[in-house]
Design a protein around this ligand. Structure first.
Ligand code: EPZ
Length: 431
């Protein structure tokens, strides 16, 4: 249901979309979660690496995917999207330059560097924009690709010459997810062997590796976490169905912690939420795992978490930090969260304080004094996960919470309003 409201000051005029949440309703429901945003973006980009039609199932309908599909078309791919299935025919990739208008709309456009170098041995890409959560430089990407023989020129944009592409040993100074993915995309078709040391361990990387191996690539993750790639001559088209999005799963389960009640995720992903599951239990939730599903029940105030620190996988995922911060604002006790991945990922705290939260941020650490309940308020999302965190806060708050800048949330959540509505929340999109 969509409600129509005048802007606060009564002026008719431009309607700004926002989510309106009447807090205090317990959740109770089962849900099947969308495909993984952070796996599907590199997998769609990797379609460039070979001709023929790749068919991707359980592809989430989110704006970051729309942007990626737009870039695939801009370089010459034929793209058909029907509901949650996307078909990409990369037979005629003819353009190796990514339009700045598209590239600046999503950070993951940087992955087209590795894919275009892998396919065409050249690429021109505007330097991707940073975003609210941090500067997000691409120095690790460039250093890794330079190890593979790629040379760069240009300031405003990155012009990459991959004519000398060849396998090499890459040592990442930090296990960057994107730099690991870019290295894989550039190395799959490069002559020789590539080793990526201190590669990122996130499950989304292994889903990309699995997809590429189905296409004929020869990629192995060794016990020490390094990734070994034997360059091959070509890749073949395949049909593939995406795993569920582990961050969206964590978000919906946390909904039952924030509002109380029960949520069962029917397509629980095999890997990626091991540590968050332990934290849910520490907060007092009852978690029941079955073959393919996970059910979380929670009643009363969650317990505080004395100390939590984000870290590369298998550590606590930075993408759940905002969501835990929002829920711990009403925990019974004091919690402390240290954000070690992005330098600016506590922007949501100011919005939570408008709801009465008692949180102070010093440097990269948030000190949270839990209160019995937040008060509904008008708040604004500042990035994708902070927007989802504010929705969680609204679910448990008293009165009405309105969350603006829903476009941020739609980058990664197919329809958070529909999904929480199905789980029993009183939530609607208004404009
Ligand atoms: C991916 O971003 C995810 N995005 C992010 O999810 C996620 O938070 C992040 O990995 C960490 O897990 C996608 O997969 C599309 P990084 P990415 O390279 O690849 C610094 C979400 O909410 N760094 O691992 O950009 C960087 O500034 C999004 O779904 C460099 O300094 O993350 C950051 O501090 C947000 N130089 C840290 O490393 C580089 O060249 C981690 O970045 C690259 C990164």
């Amino acid at each position: 249901m969509v409600c129509r409201r005048l802007l606060r000051n009564g002026n008719r005029g431009m309607h700004l979309r926002y989510l309106e949440i009447k807090g205090g309703k317990k959740l109770d429901g089962d849900i099947r979660v969308q495909g993984s945003k952070n796996a599907v973006l590199p997998i769609l980009t990797s379609c460039i690496l070979g001709g023929g039609v790749c068919r991707i199932g359980n592809c989430p309908r989110i704006s970051d995917v729309e942007v990626t599909l737009g870039i695939l078309k801009a370089v010459g791919c034929k793209v058909i999207q029907e509901k949650h299935t996307v078909c990409v025919d990369a037979t005629d990739v003819s353009v190796c330059e990514i339009p700045a208008s598209e590239a600046s709309r999503t950070r993951s456009s940087v992955l087209f560097l590795g894919a275009l170098i892998g396919r065409c041995r050249k690429a021109v890409l505007p330097v991707p924009g940073g975003c609210a959560i941090g500067a997000r430089p691409v120095d690790l990407h460039r250093k890794a690709l330079e190890k593979l023989g790629v040379t760069f020129s240009g300031q405003e944009s990155m012009t990459a010459d991959g004519s000398g592409l060849s396998g090499a040993v890459i040592h990442l100074s930090f296990p960057s997810v994107g730099a690991t993915e870019n290295s894989i995309l550039a190395a799959v078709l490069a002559p020789g062997t590539t080793v990526i040391e201190q590669a990122a361990q996130e499950p989304e990387i292994d889903e990309l590796i699995h997809f590429l191996n189905l296409r004929g690539a020869r990629i192995r993750r060794k016990k020490d976490g390094s990734i070994w790639i034997e360059g091959v001559k070509e890749l073949y088209p395949v049909k593939y169905t995406m795993q569920a999005d582990r961050i969206v799963v964590g978000t919906y389960l946390l909904g039952a912690v924030s509002a109380g009640g029960r949520v069962r995720v029917l397509n629980y992903p095999k890997h990626g939420l091991e540590l968050p599951m332990e934290l849910f239990r520490e907060m007092g939730a009852v978690v029941r795992m079955e073959e393919e599903s996970c059910e979380l029940k929670c009643s009363g105030r969650p317990k505080a978490l004395s100390y939590l620190e984000t870290a590369p996988y298998p550590g606590f995922p930075t993408d759940l930090q905002s969501l835990f911060t929002a829920v711990l604002a009403c925990a019974d006790g004091r919690s402390r969260i240290r954000e070690t991945i992005f330098e600016n990922r506590f922007q949501m705290v100011q919005e939570l304080k408008r709801m009465g939260a008692q949180i102070e941020v010093y440097g990269n650490t948030a000190w949270i004094q839990g209160i019995p309940r937040l008060q509904g308020a008008e708040v604004s999302a500042t990035d994708l996960r902070s927007g989802a965190g504010l929705v969680l806060a609204g679910l448990g708050a008293s009165d009405v919470t309105r969350v603006r800048n829903v476009e941020y949330i739609e980058r990664g959540y197919e329809d958070i309003c529909r999904d929480f509505g199905r789980l029993g929340a009183d939530i609607q999109m208004c404009q």
